[in-house]
Ligand binder design. Structure first.
Ligand code: GDG
Length: 453
């Protein structure tokens, strides 16, 4: 099988560093799983060339596949990425009704960038090619491609939640997006709930259909378990203060991640259990994200005010409950945090999956995972302490339970989590998806909607 993969984010970018053209590998679970896939098979990866020097390298061979970069102008980037992808679709698919922007002009840019992707993909498609489109930034690509290539096999993997049909229909362009997705041969989501929501949406807006049911599957992304569970020899020392337990989290700065509620949970914990003062640190790593989108700038200010308030209320000359860092860290530093933190506190208000929860389970020596019930990963990671991220008291109580959990229970829970993450790893994910592609075979590749009844 040969692929043309399409993602908004690039696997590699060309940046200018001290006057030199430097190739940078982009981090993130999706990029690394797909990089491995492409290494194994020849093919093309179509992506957005957003690196400073990417326009000089629109087509380039990396290892045994081609990276084909779509170049987007400044104005178009604003409409496509800042406004429609992240100002409209992102809040829509995470149930943030008040944040959804519905200005028409940004949709024009979104459509034109999706068309550029579709045209570029079409250029690289040959016989036996599977076109694999990823995520909400490229939702119109399948429909545009279907018109150009009626026989092609088009697969879409949707990485974020799919919401209830009624909520989705807020979007003026809802039908257009849904019709585009419905033209795929296969659509994968991370959970059964998202599959159910998608099918209900389809039924409400386009009518009931057996064919669409056969083309949707829940296949959660796995991680590279070996990479995260391997010990880094240079990190054999304990990084954190052995006198205190470490509660750890890492997230992009995003309103879906429930960052403020975690700070409030620390406040509640210390108010109800003052004996825990100086007994732990909450190491809160936050990575800059979408810094040109206005909501994100305001959110950062609010989060930092709350951290300052809670540290001011409980801290002293020798201790502050929250150690906040706003930056990107290297993989080695991140793995070190995973390995040595006693507790991972991963409580998004809603999340398609959440790879951090899986990475922590793979890397941890003896840790406890506290996980939001609204993270897609909670469907599999049942041995975590599952919390409601809107219930600050519940989260504080879970922290208290985790801080006092005996070794036997800790070990049993972690062993369960590790077993799931090991089994459903990134190779499992690819194999499962390929099985679904093969199952559908070429007979079903031709115009999927024609089989509807
Ligand atoms: C979408 C969905 C779904 C983050 N900061 C640093 C860093 N990371 C790495 C983590 C992890 C990844 O980035 C973030 O994981 P997410 O699961 O949040 O993925 P996203 O790509 O943001 O989001 C999400 C995912 O797609 C996959 O389908 O789970 O629900 O929103 O791998 O480790 N890595 C390093 N330094 C950082 O500062 N090294």
């Amino acid at each position: 099988m040969k692929y043309v993969v399409a993602t908004a984010r690039a696997p590699f970018s060309h940046e200018r560093v001290e006057g030199n053209d430097v190739v940078r590998q982009n981090v993130g679970g999706v990029a690394s799983s797909l990089r491995r896939l492409m290494l194994d098979r020849e093919g093309t990866w179509v992506c957005w060339g957003d690196g400073a020097l990417d326009s000089l390298h629109q087509e380039e061979k990396i290892d045994n596949y081609t990276v084909s970069r779509v170049i987007i102008g400044k104005h178009e980037k604003r409409g496509f990425y800042d406004d429609f992808s992240n100002g409209t679709l992102w809040p829509l698919f995470h149930y943030f009704r008040e944040k959804i922007k519905t200005e028409d002009f940004s949709f024009d840019s979104y459509l034109s960038v999706n068309r550029k992707f579709a045209e570029r993909i079409a250029k690289h498609v040959g016989n036996d090619t599977v076109i694999w489109v990823h995520d909400y930034q490229l939702s119109l690509v399948p429909g545009l491609l279907r018109r150009m290539l009626p026989e092609a096999f088009i697969l879409m993997t949707w990485h974020i939640p799919w919401v209830a049909g009624e909520f989705f229909s807020i979007l003026p362009q809802a039908k257009q997006i849904l019709q585009s997705l419905a033209s795929c041969n296969l659509i994968t989501f991370h959970t059964d709930i998202f599959v159910r929501n998608f099918l209900e949406t389809h039924e409400q807006m386009l009518g009931s259909s057996m064919a669409i049911k056969n083309r949707v599957a829940a296949i959660p992304l796995g991680i590279d378990n070996e990479y995260y569970s391997a010990q880094n020899p240079s990190d054999s020392r304990r990084r954190h203060n052995p006198q205190r337990k470490t509660i750890f989290s890492i997230d992009r700065l995003d309103y879906t991640k429930g960052l403020k509620n975690r700070v409030l949970a620390i406040e509640s914990l210390l108010s109800t259990h003052p004996e825990l003062r100086r007994k732990f640190n909450y190491v809160m790593l936050v990575t800059p994200s979408r810094t040109t989108v206005s909501d994100y700038v305001l959110m950062k200010r609010e989060l930092e005010m709350n951290i300052g308030r809670v540290n001011g209320k409980f801290g002293d000359l020798e201790w502050a409950p929250i150690i906040y860092m706003y930056r990107k860290v290297s993989d080695n530093v991140l793995k070190n945090h995973y390995r040595f933190s006693e507790i991972a506190f991963i409580t998004p208000l809603i999340d398609g999956l959440n790879l951090v929860a899986k990475e922590f389970a793979a890397a941890s020596d003896d840790g406890i995972l506290i996980l939001s019930k609204f993270a897609g990963a909670s469907a599999d990671l049942r041995s975590a302490i599952i919390v409601n991220p809107y219930d600050v008291t519940d989260m504080a109580e879970s922290l208290y339970i985790a801080l006092n959990m005996g070794q036997e229970e800790r070990k049993a829970r972690l062993a369960d989590l590790k077993a799931v993450v090991r089994r459903k790893n990134s190779s499992w994910w690819i194999a499962k998806i390929e099985k679904e592609i093969i199952k559908r075979g070429s007979g079903e590749l031709n115009s999927p909607e024609s089989k509807d009844n």
